[in-house]
Every structure is written in C-alpha cells, then in structure tokens.
Design a protein. Structure first.
Lengths: 88, 297
C-alpha cells in the first residue's frame, strides 16, 4: 500500500503541463511521451489496490487464516473478471 | 484509447488542469475531515465550472477516489484501526456492485445520471445536516459487546488512539452487511464517488462496528471498489478517462486529503459540515436542473 505514494510520485514526474487534447494512448507509444506517462501512472494507480489485496492474501496465508485467504483469492478473481468484463 | 472529439471531453488547457487541481484540493481536504471521498464535490464542480462532460468527470473522480483511499487507508491500517478482514469481505460485494454501476453509467443518458446524482447529493446533504444537528457521530458503545450480543465468529479489536486501550468488538449481521454493501458499490461505480456514504452506516449501524473502525475500513474498501469501477470506465471504447483531467484531480485530492486535517483543523467540524452541506445543496439544485436540460450537457 505504500506503493500508493510511489504511484503518485511516478505520475508527478510526468513532466506534466501537457496540453495535449488526447484521451489516452497505448503506454507503449510513450518513450518520453508525457501523455503516455500519465496513462502509465493511472494504470499504476489501478494496480495499487490490487497489490494491496495480494499482500493481504499472502498475509492471511502466512497466518494460516484460510477463511480469509479464500476471501482474498475470490476477490482477486472477481477483480480480474471485472477488468475482463469491462473490456467487452 | 481514442481521441474523444472536440466537445470538451478533456481539460484542454493548463488553466483547466490547475482549476481542477484546486477543486480537488478543496474536495480532498473537506473529504478527509468529514470522512468522505470528495467525489460528490468534485464532479459537480468539474461539470459546472469547467464544462466537463458528466461521464468524463465521473471517470476522473473515480480514479481520484482510488488515490484518496490509498492515502488514508494506508495510514489507518498502519494504525491498526481498519479491519482488513471485514473490508475484504465487504469488497466481495462492492466490487460487482461497482462494475454493474459503472456499466449502467456508461450506457445511461447523461441527463438520467445527473438526476440520480442530484438525488444522492441531496440525500447526502440531508444526512450531513442531520449529523450536524445531532453533533458528533455517536460512538456505539463498543463495550456493549459481550454476553448480550449474539454469538459472532467475527471478532475484532483495535487500539483507541486517544486512550491507548484495546477495544474489542463483534461484527454482527455480516451476511446482511455484505449484501447491503453491494448498494454502496453500485453508487460508487455509477456516480464516481467513494460509496462511503452508504458503507459507513452499513458497518456502524447495521453491523455494530465502532465508528472509527467503520470509517477507516470504509476508506480501505473504497480504493478497491473504485478501482473496479474505474476498470469499466477505462476499458470503454472510447475510454472515459482523460489523463489531463484525471491526473490533476487525483493528485489534488491526494494532497488535499493528506494535509486537509491540518489546514482545516482550526475550524470546527460543525462549521465545516455546514459549509459543505450548503455547497452540496446548491449542487443538488444545479444537478437537478441538468436533468431538464438546463446547463451544460
């Protein structure tokens, strides 16, 4: 979850002031493309709660709390499905 | 992933980015003090002052909500206040709710969305007003746990920051709480807000979770919920997420939430609440007007 701050910092370093009227581009387009860096930052932001859930899952597994290891796992699956559903 | 066209779908200029940043700062500051995400303030502000299209504003807001959760949630979990188990459990319901809400939002006409927004906004303002009158939220006696409570396998404890004592609590009606949380997720995905406005009462009043645990856990859940909703806005073709808008707003809310309590600390909670409620009341009216086509579409 500390990744959250990192993600924010990454976005900060995008050399903003981008006046480009773009919505988004594939991040690949972006070696040094500020718009793409912004996109990447947003994607990283998305990834952070995901990482948080994974961390929780690992923590529960370590504590042998199988009930919540399961809960975390199911949640992860749900989130992946959510992303896939959204792609339709 | 495509250029959405010239109709004010993005914060086209630097000035707009700055304005949205400031809006977000204010929202973040107020939100962190009042215990909400700030989306209810951000979205109407963006649409009314910058003429941003409603769905684009919603998308930007929901991205920002993720950030507020990360800022607040992190600190709270560290202080062992938020109940991660409970949070994850409720997230099982909020996530599908958010996805459904977001899908509905992308397909619904903006005017209808504005109407729903006005209703939620008005309702929230009303509840805040009630809260302001009654004074600080009553902390349910966590000491009421014990023999009286129905046996619950869901137990938790936290360290009360002001006294340092360990407080134990039981969570009851968990299944019902989970189901109800779907509504919180729905609102989040549909309107681009955090959903805490539903989530906290569900935890605190329905499931007997102490208020401090409820609010902090809600902050934790919100990040996951908003992320799921954001997936939908992100993947839509063409995507509703505009980085030139989403980024300033996100950073603004994050900073606002982080320093908010410091900045606003001198003002009483009641004053802040009243100010915020007044703003929300105005926004409610303006949003409602949009349903009838008055104001930018």
């Amino acid at each position: 979850m500390v990744l959250g701050l990192v993600a924010a910092a990454i976005r900060n370093g995008s050399g903003v002031s981008t006046v480009l009227p773009l919505d988004r581009e594939l991040p690949q387009v972006g070696k040094g493309d500020p718009a793409a860096i912004l996109d990447l930052g947003i994607l990283l932001l998305f990834a952070t709660p995901l990482a948080g859930v994974v961390t929780a899952l690992v923590g529960f597994a370590r504590e042998r709390d199988y009930a919540f290891t399961l809960v975390s796992a199911v949640l992860l699956v749900l989130l992946v499905i959510s992303f896939a559903v959204a792609l339709r | 992933m495509y250029y959405l066209g010239p109709r004010r779908n993005s914060a086209l200029t630097l000035e707009h980015a700055v304005v949205s940043f400031v809006i977000a700062l204010v929202a973040g500051a107020f939100g962190s003090v009042l215990g909400i995400g700030g989306g209810l303030f951000i979205i109407p502000s963006l649409t009314l002052f910058l003429g941003v299209k409603l769905k684009t504003a919603i998308a930007a807001s929901i991205v920002a909500v993720i950030a507020t959760s990360l800022g607040g949630g992190n600190v709270y979990v560290r202080r062992r206040l938020a109940d991660i188990r409970l949070g994850l459990l409720l997230a099982l319901a909020t996530v599908p709710g958010a996805v459904i809400g977001a899908l509905l939002a992308t397909r619904a006409p903006a005017q209808l969305l504005a109407g729903v927004f006005a209703v939620v906004l008005g309702f929230s303002a009303y509840r805040m007003l009630q809260g302001a009158r009654r004074g600080p939220p009553s902390i349910l006696p966590s000491l009421e746990l014990g023999q009286d409570l129905p046996p619950s396998r869901f137990r938790g404890s936290y360290v009360e920051p002001s006294t340092g004592e360990v407080v134990r609590y039981h969570v009851i009606r968990a299944p019902l709480g989970v189901v109800t949380s779907t509504a919180a997720g729905l609102v989040s995905g549909l309107l681009g807000v955090g959903g805490g406005i539903i989530q906290v009462p569900v935890m605190n009043l329905l499931m007997r979770v102490p208020i401090k645990v409820a609010t902090t856990t809600s902050t934790y859940i919100i990040g996951i919920t908003a992320m799921a909703g954001a997936f939908v806005y992100y993947n839509h073709r063409p995507s509703y997420i505009d980085p030139s808008l989403a980024v300033p707003v996100t950073i603004g809310v994050f900073i606002g939430a982080s320093v908010g309590s410091g900045l606003l600390g001198r003002l009483s909670q009641v004053t802040l609440r009243n100010a915020f409620t007044a703003v929300m009341a105005v926004y409610t009216v303006q949003m409602a007007l949009r349903v009838f086509g008055i104001g930018s579409g």
